[in-house]
Ligand binder design. Structure first.
Ligand SMILES: Cc1ncc(COP(=O)(O)O)c(C=O)c1O
Length: 401
């Protein structure tokens, strides 16, 4: 018998994963090459060469007792120092010391560590729709409910500061911000971020407590056309960064990331210490050691951005040719496509009939839209063209005369 507390998690199991599993079944029936899986964000690129070079160096040059032993719970000091220096350089200021970086098992773990430290049962997390589906679970883990700021198409899916103001209540202790965004592929505009920061400062004043902006940034480096992802501490002091190398170095299975607490954040010292304890008592104990040593050596390395850029471009061309409306991705590796019918599940089903697997927007609190992940192979994108065109013909026969 499972606990009562576990039941809601079971009920809300992921639609993305369901689609991914469906894809595997379909591949057995139709053949792998005839199924076009745009469902999941699993990088189709291998990690860059620097990662393999770092593994060699670690294996050949470091003491195995050091490499495989317990580090301190926060992670290796050399790794955290290198990250703090790198972040300070990026932010153009003295925001982080070594003690402000706490290594974690990826962004999911980072966010759970943060949530454990800032929420008491009955507190609330605010998210901006559309949003990554697990945020609600990660708040519920710590007894916090989620309040959703509705998506605003008129703002082109930028976070809606006015709607945020209306939703805020004294129980709100954290606001989640994912930039670049999954599922829209948007980089939030500086104007929208400043407006959000103004509303949060106002609320902190009104309610008399800190509201942390939890900045989920696993896609920070996956940006196209030299777009700028503003450093959160620049526009809102009480911001906490959850980072991972799952996407930027194509290492999602390696489970490596960190939480960064800028010195400008309220209670930064106590919070940093609490995060170390959170990582330990959550059972992770510490982040994986070899992965820490790898990323320390690869802080300037990136996955092949041109590869994703080409995928974004080619999928956009095909989807547009099919007659569908979509947002050109500025970052991450997702395309947000408007469903031609109100109920996007019908569209997802029609796509499945063409052996295209996409995720309904409702899985991200974005009904009426769907998400196509383009981190797979470019060749698969091109192979899927005919199916996309057929899909377009079903909904827009007049465009395909
Ligand atoms: C927006 C967002 N946040 C967090 C995660 C979790 O990433 P990680 O593998 O680092 O735990 C994902 C994974 O797809 C994501 O898309």
């Amino acid at each position: 018998m499972i606990s009562k507390a576990m039941e809601p998690f079971m009920a809300g199991s992921s639609q993305i994963r369901a689609m991914f599993e469906e894809g595997k079944k379909m591949a057995k029936v139709y053949g792998k090459e005839n199924v076009y899986d745009f469902s999941i964000g699993n990088p189709g690129l291998k990690p860059p060469q620097e990662v393999f070079d770092a593994i060699d160096e670690i294996n050949h040059e470091l003491d195995p007792l050091y490499v495989h032993g317990y580090p301190s719970n926060a992670g290796y000091e050399s790794t955290r120092k290198a990250i703090a220096d790198d972040l300070n350089e990026r932010a153009g200021g003295d925001f982080f010391d070594v003690d402000h970086i706490i290594m974690s098992c990826g962004a999911a773990y980072s966010i759970n560590m943060i949530n454990k430290c800032i929420f008491d049962p009955g507190d609330k997390l605010v998210v901006f729709a559309p949003y990554f589906v697990e945020y609600g679970n990660w708040a519920r883990n710590w007894g916090a409910d989620t309040l959703v700021v509705p998506a605003n198409e008129a703002l082109e899916f930028d976070p809606d500061a006015e709607a945020l103001r209306e939703i805020l209540v004294p129980e709100v202790k954290g606001v989640m911000l994912n930039n670049p965004n999954n599922p829209t592929g948007k980089i939030y505009s500086r104007k929208a971020l400043d407006a959000v920061a103004d509303v949060l400062r106002e609320a902190e004043e009104k309610f008399g407590h800190t509201i942390y902006l939890i900045c989920d940034e696993p896609y920070r480096e996956l940006v196209y056309n030299d777009a700028d992802v503003p450093f959160p501490g620049d526009y809102y002091a009480d911001s906490l960064i959850a980072y991972s190398w799952s996407k930027s170095l194509s290492m999602p299975g390696d489970r490596i990331g960190y939480v960064a607490v800028p010195k400008c954040a309220e209670g930064h010292e106590e919070l940093s210490q609490a995060l170390v304890v959170a990582g330990r008592v959550l059972g992770g104990t510490n982040a994986p050691t070899i992965q820490e040593l790898i990323v320390e050596r690869c802080l300037k390395s990136r996955s092949d951005l041109d590869y994703y850029k080409r995928n974004a471009h080619d999928l956009y061309e095909i989807v547009s040719e099919a007659g569908l409306e979509c947002i050109y991705p500025q970052g991450a590796f997702y395309m947000w496509i408007k469903s031609p019918v109100e109920n996007e599940y019908e569209f997802v089903q029609a796509a499945k009939e063409e052996r295209i697997l996409i995720t309904p927007g409702s899985a991200f609190a974005g009904p009426g839209w769907v998400r196509a992940s383009f981190c797979g192979s470019n060749e698969m994108i091109h192979r899927s063209r005919e199916s996309w065109i057929n899909l377009g013909k079903k909904f827009f026969p007049e465009k395909h005369q």
